[in-house]
Design a protein around this ligand. Sequence first.
Ligand code: PEP
Ligand code: MN
Length: 640
Amino acid sequence: MIIVLAKDISEQDKEIIRRYVKEHGFQIREQLLGEESIIGATGKFSVDLREIGLLPGVERVSATAKPYELASRETKPEDTIVNVGGIAIGGARISIIAGPCAVESRTQILETAALVRESGAVILRGGAYKPRTSPYAFQGLGMQGLEYLKEAGEREGMPIVTEVVSPELALSMKDLTDMFQIGARNMQNFELLKKVGSLAKPVLLKRGPSATIEEWLLSVEYLLAAGTKDVVLCERGIRTFETYTRNTLDISAIPVIKELSHLPIIVDPSHAVGIRAKVTPVALAAIAAGADGITVEVHPQPDEALSDGQQSLYGDQFERLMRDIEALAPVVGKELLRTPRPHRKTGTTVILSTEKPVSKHIAFSGESGAYAEQALMRAFGEEAPRMMMPSFAAVFDAVLEGKAGFGIIPVENSLTGSIHENYDLFLRYPDIAITGELKLRIIHCLIACEQASLDSIALVRSHPQGFAQCREFLNNYPSWKTETYNDTASAVASIARSGDLTVAAIAGEAAAHAHGLNVLRSGIETNPRNYTRFVIISRRNGTTTSIPASLGDKQPNKASLVFSVQDRPGSLFDCLKILSERGINLSKLESRPIQGQPWQYLFYLDVTIPENPAVFYNALEPLKAQAAHFHLLGVYWAAT
Ligand code: PEP
Ligand code: MN
């Protein structure tokens, strides 16, 4: 029997109910389930339910035919969403757990974590205590393994899940892991269930190899009754007469559990089939059948794995699986959960500390002569020490790690619009802020070797922006092929290295000088009013969402922010209204699709900070409250 209590019930009325039920021979367990306080009562039926329903403070009462109550959907009709260290499992999302079978070494787990995170896994798995069939097999690294797993999770911004094999170990593992896994072999280890449940942490409960669904849910009941609210079930194959695969995945368990319980269910295709080549099709079938996610074994070198190598995916297979799941998800009305990858080298506190002097170097993407280098010299002087980086992301990395004090990156061009890659990087690097901007006139040149001429050219190299901005010039030479480079100056450098007379590059004059090449044509951009806006980035030092105290009247006059809105009519308007009501001027508004969330958008805004800056800072709290996600990219002086 389940008694749901009124929200405002007094302690006195609660006591009356407890006494009444106990006097009728029931044993009771009290539980908070979602918003509701529940008394679950088990015993022989000796009371009229209606009588209990009339007791003060009783919201409703029901008999349950199910032997499990707390796990039952009858008790709680809506889906439970389990929060694992900030990552949700359940509801309309598909959450992917990945990692090796076992933590084998620090290097192995760091490498695997980076690999699965790059492909989009949101939780990291890895066994530190391994329950192995043979006592001679690798048993895991124990506590040391768990510490490595935690370090890898922190480095990649992923919560971790690991198996707990005995009640004695549970307490010492509690503060290291974000989620306990109870393995198939231990599904009915009731002392373990009681102990782990009492620690009130999320639990991933695997189905025993020969457990019925009812037995499985009764094991869940142990966990819930002991105190945890956050249980995720995991179907990992059961033992049947079939021996081709390691186990037989009970795919129908997914819709059955969905009907019987409010808890999320995920699938472990690796242990279900035990054969690498069969993991992907079975994982996709699980998603199609309604699973809330999968937990899958991935190893950078499966052939060298100390356990379960034969069923571990290679990195590229996992990447492919993630893409397939992403494409399949909308068919079942769900979305693959993707989270921006925070680039934090160590814990946030270390990175945010300003005590360590950061480098005086300024990082830019490209080779010498790049437009970014010209912008850098304009902002910091001709002699400023600089670092050339192979990509924009590498500029962010250098700044985040303190190897460079500042970075300079292009964000938009007056002819071709925003450089989206860099806007997206701000989301992936929450600890990087914009601290300044400048605009640079872009004059493109066609650059080639000394002996080359317009007639000898057959191929042109540049950054895609270079091609886009010189479209009309290129249209005059329809036979020229084009080849894309990461930046304009590296295109020039490549010609300097090869000396090939048939190749030219589109880049700035400075790049021609830097690499000893010749300018064949200058000013080939379609429109002479061609400007690129660069921003200067630095490590965020503390919070910038409140008015900086010491700046006096030297307040920056521009701010860049990004937010997403709730999915309802008028939500963008409601956010913009907060600015317009305060007379804050918008100088840019742009939307970008959110990765992994089709048809949802992020809005990038540049605003002018009014003369009284408090007006701007006071708008931030209401904006944060209104927006689904809000991030202040920086406050700085606008370029004139
Ligand atoms: C595991 O996940 O590594 C594991 C041992 O799984 P199972 O308990 O399902 O065999
Ligand atoms: Mn395994």
